[in-house]
Design a protein around this ligand. Structure first.
Ligand code: PLP
Length: 354
């Protein structure tokens, strides 16, 4: 039987276990459906699709609408099937055999996972004790590994920590010195107080990735994008498969951008709910980290994380179990849900740790 490439044979796939429970707070989805006005507008728009034709290969309308949101032209926007495909395309284009990508752990597992799949070597640095990005450690990895691609994730998944502007600026300065590319993954950018999109420029080796999956209540659509220099977007367009973005998805995204206010209302509600959840957690026997995202990382103090995770599942509440991840011993990550869901989570947690 044919065997895969030897490095692939040694890999483990990406796992995010799903269970049939009543309260699902494990994958950082939005707890709310998109606005009904969006669903209705999309239903009408679907009748205009010419199904016998290939879609607009350049996704012109969608890229223009996303660009307008960020105050840039369509040539500065690259769209793909979820921001994971955006990251994969960046790695296929600027990484690959003989090249290196840098990550600072703990962070989003797919940065290093997709890097390895594309044959890119991975240089691993560490975050500081409070999980912030440590400029000295960034400088060490950049000078030792000279990575072509460096990944920051802000707010960081799974810790929720936001990199401040000074940290991103100093990382960018270091990356410029080695002629690299800085990717700032802002999958949770709308929940955070500032965005690295403010540092973008045609001569700046920076791209910022975003997704419709979290803030935009559209995880089912699989749509993500990056904002960056037009010259970089043009290289990505050479690498991605032709017609990779189907006509329905392009419409769904374009129509969504006519409902930005409703989407922003959701962000405001979730940020308020996040602060309520954090305040409640602080009253329990758990360590809680501050979060700039739509999830919260916490560690029960007197019971181990696996036991708490199972106790929650028995009460039909699913959170992400990070207890065995390096540097996150005993930690769990809970997505912000509706007030009801979060109350059910809190009640179950109180019972389990009592
Ligand atoms: C969820 C997530 C993504 C992937 O989002 P998709 O657009 O659904 O592929 C990317 N980066 C981070 C940090 C995430 O948490």
């Amino acid at each position: 039987m044919i065997r895969p490439r030897s490095d692939v044979a040694l890999m483990e796939g990406y796992h995010s276990p799903q269970l049939d429970v009543q309260v699902r707070l494990n994958t950082n989805e939005s707890p709310e459906a998109p606005p009904t006005a969006w669903t209705n507008a999309l239903n009408d728009a679907v009748t205009t699709i010419e199904w016998n034709r290939y879609p607009d290969r350049a996704a012109t309308e969608l890229r223009a609408a996303i660009g307008a949101l960020h105050g840039v032209g369509p040539e500065q926007i690259f769209v793909a099937n979820g921001s994971n495909e955006v990251l994969q395309t960046v790695l296929l284009t600027f990484g690959g055999p003989g090249r290196t990508a840098a990550v600072w752990e703990p962070t989003y597992a797919l940065h290093s996972h997709i890097a390895r799949i594309t044959g890119t070597s991975v240089a691993v640095g560490e975050r500081a004790a409070d999980f912030s990005t440590d400029p000295a450690e960034v400088a060490r990895v950049l000078s030792e590994a000279r990575p072509e691609i460096s990944f920051l994730c802000s707010p960081n998944n799974p810790t929720g920590v936001v990199d401040d502007e000074a940290t991103v600026r100093s990382t960018l300065a270091g990356v410029e010195q080695i002629d690299g590319l800085l990717v700032v993954d802002e999958a949770y950018g709308q929940f955070a107080p500032w965005s690295a999109t403010s540092l973008l420029g045609e001569d700046v080796p920076l791209v910022v990735t975003r997704t419709f999956s979290k803030t935009w209540s559209m995880a089912a659509a699989r749509l993500g994008y990056l904002v960056g220099p037009a010259a970089i977007v043009a290289e990505l367009e050479k690498v991605v498969l032709p017609y990779h973005l189907d006509a329905f998805k392009q419409l769904a995204g374009t129509v969504a951008l006519a409902h930005v206010d409703a989407m922003n209302d959701r962000v405001t509600r979730l940020v308020a709910e996040r602060e309520r959840l954090i305040a409640r957690l602080q009253q329990l026997d758990v360590e809680v980290w501050p979060s700039g995202a739509n999830f919260v990382l916490f560690r029960p103090r007197s019971i181990d994380g696996d036991t708490v995770w199972s106790g929650l599942v028995e009460r039909s509440v699913l959170v992400r179990n990070c207890a065995s991840w390096p540097r996150l011993e005993g930690c769990l990550r809970v997505t912000i849900g509706t007030t009801d869901e979060d109350d059910r989570f809190l009640a179950a947690l109180e019972e389990v740790i009592a």
